[in-house]
Every structure is written in C-alpha cells, then in structure tokens.
Write a protein that binds this ligand. Structure first.
Ligand code: NAD
Length: 305
C-alpha cells in the first residue's frame, strides 16, 4: 500500500505553489491513493492548510493522518493543554471535524516518560471525544519508538528512513509491533529523496558518504534509463509487515511514476544489485533529538533542519 506524504505540501523539499499542491492531492485521489499524512510542523501549518483545501468534498474518501507536539525545528510541546489546542488548530486547517490517525510527532526530541504519562493519555481523551479515531507516535530513533510502545497503548507507529534500500533496521522493531497488533507506517522510502534522480534537499542529515554513494548509484542507473525511485518504492512496498508506505509527493508526475513502479514487475535482480552497491553505507543512521533517546551507533548528522 502506498500513502501520500504531505511534507512537500509544506515546501519541505522546495517551493511548490498552491495550485500544484492541489493537483498533487487530486491526482493521488484519482489514482486510488486514500491515505494522507501531514503535520502542523510542515510549513508551519501550510501543508495541513493545502491538504484541507484540496480535500474539500473528498474528505469521506480518505484516511487522514496528522500530528501534534512538534511545531518548529526546536519547538516541541507534548503537554495535554497544547495537544488539546493542537487538535482544534489541525481540524480547522484540515476543514474537518475528525482526524483518523493522530500522532505524537518526533518523540525522541523530548523525555519519553511524559509522552507515556501525559501525551498519549491526552490523545486517548480526544479519541473518547470523537475528535480522533486512532492514536500513534512517530520518530527516527527506534529505541524511543520501542520504549513508548512498551509503556503506552498506541495504535500506529510511523518510522522514517528505517526501511528502504539504504536501511532495513526497522525489522528489529517488527516483532514487537506485530505482537501488539500495531499498524506500522513506513515513511521515506526514497530516504528523503536520496534514492531519486533529484537527490535530497540541502538540509538532509545523512552523512556525506551516504549522500555521495546514493547519488553515484542513482546516476549510474540513469545512464541505463532506470529510475532508482521506482526500484526503491518496489522494495519498500514489497514487505507485507508494513501496513502503509508513505512517499512525499511534489508533483502529479511523481504520483504517476510511483504508481507505475507498483504496477511494474518486481525487479529482484536490479534491486539486489543496487543493495549490494549501497552496502558500504547501508544502515547508517544519524542522531536526532535527545542523546539518551538515540539508537546505539547513530552518527552525527551532516546538517540540521
Ligand atoms: P521520501 O523518501 O518519500 O522522499 C520525498 C522526496 O522524493 C520529495 O522530494 C519528493 O518530491 C521526491 N519524490 C517522490 N516521488 C518521486 C519520484 N517518483 N521521482 C523522483 N522524486 C520523487 O521522504 P519524505 O517525504 O520525508 O517521507 C514521506 C512522508 O512521510 C513525508 O512527506 C511525511 O508525510 C512522512 N514523514 C513523517 C516523518 C515524521 O513523522 N517524523 C518523518 C519523515 C517523513
């Protein structure tokens, strides 16, 4: 299953205008995509605003996921009071009266016990009130996701850059997720752009060696008229332990290309070759958030956003 990643609608990967943002959403709906993810953090509300506008008269057709707790690069607030205000702000921007999947955004940036003791219970209260249907968490550091899953009731976990051609470490979390009957959302199948011909944005935190190796392999495939993004998507969606894979969308052309990847025959040979070529930089992950929440072996990021 492929879902629509809404961070590009907030201009996270370069500016797109409002008309193009709406065309992306409509192209996705027309193509049968019915899961949309956004956050108040993406473009300081712009992504939610654009998604809400584009979904007018389509709301009933889609599953809508947004987040709470992260509002800026270093602006986090997972208090009950802020979460209650946040949901109202999101409902307003998204032009709806309920959110399907409400997620605590990037939990590794704060101490985890208050996520367990205050944030998740507050989100459950909102569920009781009918404002949200399911409650989840998101983040990069698997250790942080694991801790919260083990100590609080969550319906979904969104992990990013941890299951694609450059990283499969999410596998270590899958038995727990399966045991607890949690819906697993795998974001960033293109490793936030590195596995595509456009490459990643300037703020991409991966170490330079990862970026350079990925760019070299993507360019090599281009020479043979092979689109690395299509191979990367095929690899990510193949794993049935994952409920939904979220790819960021910046144009209707990307919607078409990504669906074509899913419809094309799985190119096991090419995918295996590419994974071998990427082997020296596979499973390299960078630190994010509080040091105590980072996974063992995480390295210093090359940039911070
Ligand atoms: P991604 O790996 O999906 O890559 C997105 C980039 O690739 C964008 O620049 C996009 O325009 C481009 N792209 C998409 N299809 C392409 C194609 N066919 N050819 C060339 N380029 C293509 O990374 P992402 O957007 O970070 O992740 C997907 C979504 O997951 C996000 O938009 C967001 O909704 C969610 N997410 C959540 C978190 C979190 O909660 N902490 C973190 C990361 C991502």
């Amino acid at each position: 299953m492929l879902g629509f990643g809404g961070s590009p609608l907030g201009n996270a990967f370069g500016n797109i205008d409002s008309g193009e943002a709406a065309r992306c959403v409509h192209a996705a709906i027309d193509a049968g995509i019915n899961f949309f993810d956004t956050s108040p953090y993406y473009g300081a509300g712009l992504s939610e605003e654009r998604l809400g506008h584009a979904l007018t008269s389509h709301r009933h057709q889609v599953i809508l996921a947004t987040k709470c707790g992260r509002y800026g690069l270093n602006n986090f607030d997972f208090s009950r009071k802020r979460i209650f205000r946040s949901v109202e702000e999101s409902l307003h921007r998204l032009r709806t009266d309920y959110i399907d999947v409400f997620q605590a955004h990037d939990i590794e940036f704060v101490p985890l016990q208050p996520i367990v003791d205050e944030a998740i219970p507050a989100m459950r209260e909102l569920q009781q009130m009918g404002k949200v249907r399911f409650v989840g968490i998101t983040g990069l550091q698997l250790k942080a996701l694991r801790y919260v899953v083990q100590h609080a009731p969550v319906d979904t976990v969104l992990s990013y850059c941890r299951f694609n051609l450059l990283n499969t470490q999410l596998e270590s979390l899958m038995p727990l997720i399966d045991e607890q009957k949690i819906g697993l959302i795998n974001a960033s199948p293109l490793h936030m752009g590195l596995l595509s011909r456009n490459g990643g944005p300037a703020w991409h935190p991966a170490p330079d060696q990862v970026k350079q190796t990925a760019a070299r392999e993507v360019a090599g495939l281009e020479q043979e008229n092979i689109d690395a993004a299509q191979l990367a998507l095929q690899f990510a969606v193949e794993d049935r332990r994952i409920a939904t894979t979220l790819v960021g969308i910046s144009s209707p052309t990307e919607v078409a290309s990504n669906l074509l990847a899913l419809e094309s025959e799985y190119d096991a040979t090419r995918i295996d070759q590419l994974r071998c070529q990427l082997q020296p930089v596979r499973d390299v992950i960078w630190k994010s958030g509080l040091g105590e929440n980072c996974d063992d072996g995480a390295v210093a990021p090359s940039n911070t956003k």
